[in-house]
Design a binder for this molecule. Structure first.
Ligand code: RB5
Length: 155
């Protein structure tokens, strides 16, 4: 599975620990930066990752800034993206199971690297229930989310 990473300067150190963690578990990583500690604008990196997920260049994405909030907002502006900002593994699991989230976000200034690893484990090891038997209600709800995006795309 191919995983895209994007971050701002505040999350560089955390990303440098998480990429080898996932590589050691067999994931292929595409890194969309930033890779310096020079201050950058998180929307630029969130958009890059969002585009890559939308275009199926990667299967799922990981976006990290100080809080996880700004970069998740940026990712969610790309059509087809369902980015979820989580600080614990339970929400990360259900963001896949019920919401078919395609990007997980968290804050490098909010959680520690071990919690981030647990979040990634849940996110990457969980499949969307909407694609499985009995998952009609989750499919209907995610379709409704995407219909909101569609209705607002020309405004
Ligand atoms: C950068 O200082 C900070 O604003 C950014 O990393 C993030 O927390 C924004 O939501």
């Amino acid at each position: 599975m191919k995983i895209g990473f994007a971050n701002d300067h505040s999350a560089l150190e955390m990303k440098r620990e998480l990429i080898p963690y996932l590589q050691s578990r067999g994931y292929e990583i595409i890194n969309f930066g930033t890779d310096t500690t020079q201050a950058v604008d998180y929307p630029d990196y969130g958009e890059r990752l969002g585009n890559a997920v939308r275009d199926h260049e990667v299967d799922l994405g990981v976006a990290i800034c100080g809080t996880g909030v700004g970069i998740s907002l940026a990712c969610n502006k790309v059509r087809g993206i369902r980015a979820c900002c989580c600080s614990e593994p339970y929400s990360a699991r259900y963001s896949r199971l019920h919401n078919d989230a395609n990007i997980i976000c968290f804050g490098a200034r909010v959680i520690g690297v071990e919690t981030a690893k647990m979040i990634l484990d849940e996110f990457l090891n969980t499949s969307w229930q909407g694609a499985q038997e009995g998952g009609e209600r989750h499919r209907r709800r995610v379709e409704k989310i995407m219909a909101i995006e569609h209705r607002n795309s020309s405004r």
